[in-house]
Ligand binder design. Structure first.
Ligand code: G6P
Ligand code: MN
Length: 436
């Protein structure tokens, strides 16, 4: 099979490549890396070359800077782009913060600004993929993954599936904390991307979640338990996605982000920029530099949220990376080999959450096979869960409308209706600053 990675000069591409090399089935024989930046492509190619050294059957790697050329003949397309680069992220996060509201890559006003910039490009990619590789499956990694997948699905229908590694990370961490084998549990997870809840976790027919939520010691042993705290989790009755920390603890997370020396975007801009520059000069060291940079990125992930919840280090098992690529590979195998699998994915709602439109993208447990991903029925949503989902879906829809039709009213609604933006006047100023 031929795989095309859009954003092939992206920092996390070697993780995907490693998963392809480790795949016993060797399903992918050729990978095309497409990027608008040829220098970054060269650096990533150097990392991959070193990573494949000594392997018996390396995957053939082709570089492309022409989108159409990259898409033609692809069986699978991974879309993992960052429109505007890390400099764009710096602005997305800084502008809202300068107005006193949260600026984060995918959450709050920062996520809306990022969506506004990314959606037109994602739409163009979807159109080119539909024209040149109509039978290919497109797997969207590009953030903000929910709204980006939703707009791509307007062109590609069920042929585009969005992925994120946070939900499966939560399931696995919770299973381990409850003393169960993460590969043997079944679960109910539902929401939107970066806004969902694990609501049951069953092993051999028994739901382990109520016991876990009543066990402060077990909750203190993993990321989400530490982030949200035993008291709140017990009261809430579900395990939230890590990104819900910005909503439930909005005062604390905002204070922590504001108190930090620099934003995540500024850190990554410097860190990633430094890596590409150094690895470009010394391709023979590119792999070692990449590995070191990757570990540092993992170690510092969500540092402000960890600071806001008492200050703690991430567990070593959360530092390995490999979340995204494992979900993507599992999804690819399930589709290509018709090996039925259950995965948490971003897909069209259908009738899963009756209060949402059938074409709205939700993040939920799906059954995957050769015919794609189908959401499994889930237990009814509680009012607080549904309320947040509806509010954020309105924000996502307004962002899509604003990005596609260049509508200022829609952009203002997208920002001002976000639960983490506390005034339409603030929203209007954010919009003005973003246009400068
Ligand atoms: C998690 C999120 C992703 C995000 C990634 C990296 O895996 O689910 O959506 O891209 O973290 O975050 P960072 O702050 O390091 O860019
Ligand atoms: Mn994600």
């Amino acid at each position: 099979m031929r795989l095309t990675i859009l954003g092939g000069g992206g920092f996390r591409v070697p993780l995907v490549h490693r998963a392809l090399l480790d795949d016993p089935a060797r399903a992918v024989t050729e990978v095309t890396l497409y990027d608008t930046d040829a220098d970054r492509l060269r650096v990533i190619a150097a990392v991959l070359e070193r990573q494949a050294a000594g392997r018996e059957r390396p995957v053939r790697v082709r570089l492309a800077t022409d989108l159409d050329d990259a898409l033609r003949g692809a069986d699978f397309v991974f879309s993992a782009i960052r429109v505007g680069g890390t400099a764009g992220r710096v602005a997305d996060e800084r502008i809202p913060l300068s107005e006193g509201v949260l600026g984060q890559e995918t959450v709050g006003a920062g996520g809306v600004l990022y969506g506004l910039r990314t959606i037109p490009v994602a739409l163009h990619i979807a159109e080119r993929a539909a024209a040149l590789a109509p039978d290919a499956w497109v797997i969207n990694f590009t953030n903000p993954a929910g709204m980006v997948t939703e707009v791509m699905a307007e062109v590609l229908g069920e042929r585009v599936i969005g992925i994120c590694d946070s939900p499966v990370g939560l399931v696995r961490r919770a299973a381990r904390a409850a003393g169960a084998d993460p590969d043997a549990v079944s679960y109910d997870y539902v929401g939107l991307n970066h806004l969902g809840w694990l609501r049951s976790l069953s092993y051999e027919g028994r739901d382990l979640l109520p016991g876990l939520l009543a066990d402060p010691e077990a909750l203190g042993s993993f990321e989400e338990g530490r982030l949200f705290g035993a008291e709140w989790l017990h009261a809430l009755g579900a395990l939230p996605n890590e990104y819900l920390h910005y909503y439930y603890f909005r005062r604390e997370t905002l204070a922590s982000v504001r108190a930090a020396d620099e934003t995540r975007g500024v850190f990554l801009d410097r860190q990633q920029g430094g890596f590409f520059e150094a690895a470009g000069r010394r391709p023979e060291d590119a792999y070692a530099l990449w590995e070191r940079t990757r570990l540092e990125r993992e170690e510092t992930y969500m540092a402000e949220s960890r600071e806001a919840s008492g200050g703690w280090q991430r567990d070593t098992c959360d530092l390995e990376g490999g979340g995204y690529d494992r979900v993507a590979l599992a999804l690819m195998h399930a589709i290509a080999g018709d090996r039925r699998a259950r995965l948490i994915l971003n897909v069209r709602n259908g009738t899963t959450v009756p209060a949402l439109a059938p074409e709205a993208i939700i993040e939920t447990v799906c059954e995957v096979g050769a015919d794609g991903a189908r959401p499994l029925p889930c237990a009814p949503l509680r009012n607080d869960q549904l309320g947040l989902m509806l509010q954020l879906k309105a924000v996502e829809r307004a962002t899509v409308e604003a990005a596609v039709f260049k509508e200022r009213d829609a952009a203002l609604r997208a920002l001002a209706l976000h639960p983490l933006v506390d005034s339409p006047a603030v929203a209007a100023r954010i919009l003005e600053r973003a246009a400068d």
